[in-house]
Write a protein that binds this ligand. Structure first.
Ligand SMILES: Nc1nc2c(ncn2[C@@H]2O[C@H](COP(=O)(O)OP(=O)(O)O)[C@@H](O)[C@H]2O)c(=O)[nH]1
Ligand code: SF4
Ligand SMILES: [Mg+2]
Length: 407
């Protein structure tokens, strides 16, 4: 099977009480025994994730979880993991026995999903048994389907509903969405320095080259040093030049001032979040009075290098350019709303390992707290003098930048 990056897969999470039939349902969806099915409550201790292609829904990851009603200290830790996983889900399935009245935990979980505007399907298992009137009344407000995990009855219907949810999951624009047309030439400036991985290109560069090909464009890939000579020898004008933020100054100086220019970081900030929100965050930086308290958020526990962007580079630049006394905190978990508002600024990582959906849901919570937010790419871009020139390809945002600047 072709491996699709985790962040591009639709994530489906199975939630429910112990012994509701979550693991059996997971096995039925995959038509093979992946999860341990048992009559012993709490058998599925850690979330189990499996990937598949689900017809027009494309690549999906289905995640089986421990029971919502798991007890004890270990159980609570499992519940935390369950919720953490489910926050990044595109589709939630509450697995619930049709023959039992709805429990407090089930009702709470459904409410939380609904409040977060998540896609929810209630799979009513044990449909071989007579239904509980209370359960039927409760599910009347949700999309639901009946499943018998033993005979496999209802699994086809459940898959159909999941596929129909496909169009409602959030659309992640490809890097060049709306920026180029068939037959265009795109120039990519990719420095090969000590930070570049040995023998390969980094993911944003690869994804952009692939997007050029998908859009019937041509890509000229060059290091910043050779940009000028190649650019000057071109007989067609490139639609767009895209550069690594670190090489922005040199690239901007080596091409005509009216050549459309942007950076990989901006393309990916747009792909993974809300570019206008990140830009607004940047414009708030200098307005801060007093000692800024900055929260740096990362979405995964990647391997940290000596000159790590989040913990070393960004704090250093911020202290140089904004305030030498700025205080920094680092986290991977989104703080509670009242905690969020204590920070003067949030700088989020590029979110390459999470879906746009997850990032948008984080952004929504941050926005509601009133704390300005930007991301690594845009902060570094700003520090490297990219703005506003690199926003020119995005007319509406370029105009907004001017509004923000002078409002
Ligand atoms: N009769 C019937 N039994 C089921 C159904 N789904 C699961 N079971 C049984 O219920 C028990 C618990 O199932 P399991 O999938 O491990 O539940 P989980 O704890 O939610 O993962 C197992 O013995 C299953 O065979 C169903 O739809 N009908
Ligand atoms: S950008 Fe964020 S999600 Fe991507 S590797 Fe870094 S910390 Fe992880
Ligand atoms: Mg289980």
């Amino acid at each position: 099977m072709i491996k699709t990056a985790d962040a591009l897969r639709t994530r489906i999470v199975l939630l429910g009480l112990r012994n509701a039939g979550k693991s059996s349902l997971m096995n039925n969806i995959f038509e093979k025994d992946i999860s341990i099915v048992s009559e012993l409550p709490g058998t599925t201790t850690d979330p189990v994730a499996r990937a598949m292609e689900l017809e027009s829904l494309g690549p999906v990851t289905v995640i089986d979880t421990a029971g919502l009603d798991d007890e004890g200290s270990v159980g609570r830790e499992r519940i935390r993991k369950t919720i953490e996983r489910s926050e990044s889900a595109d589709i939630h399935i509450i697995v619930s026995r049709i023959d039992r009245a709805p429990s407090e935990d089930e009702i709470k979980t459904a409410d939380v999903i609904r409040a977060g505007k998540g896609l929810l399907l209630v799979a009513l298992t044990f449909s071989d048994n007579p239904p509980s009137a209370g359960k039927l009344e409760w599910v009347s407000g949700f999309t639901s389907c009946r499943v018998d995990n033993i005979s496999g009855k209802g699994i086809g219907e459940l898959k159909k509903i999941l596929i129909s949810f496909g169009s409602k999951t959030s659309f992640e624009p490809s890097p060049l969405e709306g920026l180029v047309r068939e037959g265009d030439l795109v120039v990519l400036v990719t420095p090969i320095d000590l930070a570049a991985p040995k023998g390969r290109l980094i993911m944003p560069q690869v994804e952009t080259i692939r997007d050029c090909l998908d859009r019937d464009c041509a890509a000229l890939v060059t290091k910043e040093r050779e940009l000028k000579s190649f650019y000057d020898s071109l007989s067609v004008r490139p639609r767009l030049v895209i550069t690594d933020s670190q090489a922005f100054h040199k690239a901007a100086a080596d091409i005509p001032p009216d050549q459309m220019l942007t950076s990989f970081s901006i393309l990916f900030a747009r792909k993974k979040g809300e570019l206008s929100e990140f830009i607004k965050g940047i414009t708030e930086i200098r307005k801060d009075k007093g000692r800024p308290k900055v929260l740096v958020m990362e979405a995964c526990s990647h391997h940290r290098q000596a000159d790590d962007i989040g913990t070393v580079k960004i704090p250093r630049l911020f202290r140089q350019l904004v305030n030498p006394d700025a205080e920094f905190e680092f986290t991977r978990i989104l703080p509670e709303p009242d905690e969020l508002s204590k920070y003067s600024m949030i700088i989020h990582c590029a979110a390459c390992m999470i879906t746009r959906k997850t990032m948008l849901s984080r952004l929504e919570k941050i926005k509601n707290s009133g704390t300005p937010v930007t991301n690594y790419g845009l902060f570094l871009g700003w520090a490297n003098g990219l703005l506003p020139r690199a926003l020119e390809p995005f007319e509406d945002i370029y105009m907004k930048w001017k509004d923000f600047q002078f409002s």
